[in-house]
Design a protein around this ligand. Structure first.
Ligand code: PMP
Length: 466
């Protein structure tokens, strides 16, 4: 860190933040009001896996920018230069036009997604999901007289912050105060075997959890259900990996009832789960829609997209004489060229540096280390994840699986922070799934980085739980 931002002006920055910035996801009381007890945290610089805050303190970032985003790590001049060059050449043009980086990134992306063919650019993960929802609704109108319009979503999955995306939100604590929601969204059960809803295990459990989706389809009426939207591995809802047998059955059910399959890769996408570019590719699934955001450009520019197969695309391009027969939708900032320029450079880095392979290697190593922590700390009830996307669920009793108190999870996160390692936790506030520590280091992580994260967690668990 060169410290250039840590001159006397940093106090002014902190004052301005305290006075005017409304941070995401947090209660502000500790640093606002007449007698503040703490300072807001401001991150001023990053390099590789490390970031520095306004006090000059170094942190190992085990959550890729807080929310699973900075996949290739900080300080990538190659991405910055690609964005700079593109901005000087042409920063923006939108409407019904294309751009050079938009076309070149799309070609590259599609080369990693066999069976899919079209990229629709948007601003955020929420909006990418909204695009897919809108396409499903329009297909229902065009093909099925509006009837096949329902969208199924799963308990514990999250698809975004807008009222439409929250209508497909499976985390009650995130929805509780924001209704009423949009009609036509129907919930199916989660598939976390650790908190089993059926007395089965392994593959049989996976098939049963998928059968529960079919039960919902039958109850709603298959001719009313247009799509099923799922995360490949549930992220903020508890780091939930699907059991064996789940995905093949899900695919079978979608085919049986002619239901479009929408995979939300906002967290899992672009290498996060290792070996493959996308989470669904571990399970041999053939989706109709794939939405993505966070890691697409590792946060160097805002970009998200909704990718579809040709079957979906053709439903909007088949009858050119019908003036209503196209996707009547736009995202203003879908016309920013910085996003695809950054995303293309991001993919080139992942390929050149072998980061998909590194993610698998380091993810397996980290999973082993978390299992070793589980042997040591009774409070860890379950460890799960894929690639560099891992969770450790904390319970006060391994038999009853009673979650530890929310405050205790917060104390572990805070203690890791104090040790200079930033980790995360699943959404807290309602009992049941409020208790999972989350890890998503950048895909460049080394064994030493992981050892440091594990040591901090070990110390924090000892401190908080003894
Ligand atoms: N889908 C998933 C799985 C997510 O985790 C998120 C964000 N955490 C979103 C969608 C929404 O993305 P955004 O915040 O970019 O709107």
């Amino acid at each position: 860190m060169d410290g250039k931002f840590l001159d006397n002006d940093i106090e002014k920055v902190v004052d301005a933040d305290r006075a005017h910035v409304w941070h995401h996801l947090i209660q502000h009381a500790p640093w606002t009001g007449p007698d503040p007890k703490a300072d807001p945290r401001i991150i001023v610089e990053g390099k590789g896996m490390r970031v520095w805050d306004q006090k000059g303190k170094e942190h190992l970032d085990a959550v890729s920018g807080g929310v699973w985003t900075v996949n290739v790590g900080y300080g990538r001049e190659e991405i910055a230069n690609a964005v700079r060059d593109q901005l000087i050449q042409l920063p923006y043009f939108a409407g019904s036009t294309g751009s050079i980086p938009g076309a070149m990134f799309s070609e590259k992306l599609i080369s990693k997604m066999p069976g899919l063919s079209r990229v629709y650019f948007t601003n955020s993960g929420s909006e990418a999901n909204e695009k897919a929802f809108k396409m499903v609704r329009q297909i229902a109108h065009k093909r099925y007289g509006g009837k096949k319009h329902k969208i199924l979503y799963r308990e514990r999955d999250y698809h975004g912050t807008t009222i439409g995306a929250l209508s497909a939100g499976g985390q009650d604590e995130r929805n509780a105060q924001y209704g009423p929601f949009a009609p036509g969204f129907v919930r199916v059960p989660h598939c976390l075997e650790y908190r089993a809803q059926w007395d089965l295990s392994g593959e049989e459990y996976g098939k049963r959890a998928a059968d529960a989706i079919e039960e919902v389809i039958l109850a709603e009426g298959p001719d009313t259900v247009g799509a099923l939207c799922l995360e490949p591995v549930t992220a903020g809802g508890g780091v939930i990996c699907p059991p064996e047998g789940y995905w093949p059955r899900v695919q079978e059910i979608c085919r049986k009832y002619d239901i479009l399959l929408h995979i939300d890769e906002v967290v899992c996408g672009v290498g996060r789960t290792g070996t493959h570019w996308f989470g669904y590719q571990h399970y041999g699934v053939e989706p109709d829609f794939v939405t993505m955001a966070k890691g697409v450009a590792s946060g160097y520019a805002a970009i998200a997209c909704c990718v579809t197969n040709e079957r979906v695309f053709e439903m909007f391009s088949d009858d050119a004489d019908d003036p209503m027969n196209y996707f009547r939708d736009i995202s203003t900032f879908g016309g920013c060229t910085a996003g695809p320029a950054a995303a293309l450079a991001n993919m080139e880095i992942i390929e050149r540096e072998g980061l998909l392979e590194n993610t698998t290697r380091m993810g397996d190593y980290m999973l082993d280390q978390l299992h070793a922590l589980m042997d040591k700390h009774e409070v860890i009830g379950d460890v799960r994840g894929k690639g560099l996307f891992l969770g450790a669920e904390l319970v006060s009793d391994r038999t009853s699986k009673e979650p530890v108190a929310e405050k205790a999870v917060g104390a572990v996160v805070a203690d890791c922070n104090a040790q200079g390692v930033i980790i995360g936790a699943t959404n807290r506030s309602l009992p049941g799934f409020n208790n999972t520590l989350c890890y998503s280091p950048a895909l460049i992580a080394t064994k030493d980085d992981i050892d440091e994260i594990i040591t901090a967690t070990d110390n924090a668990l000892t401190k908080v739980f003894g």
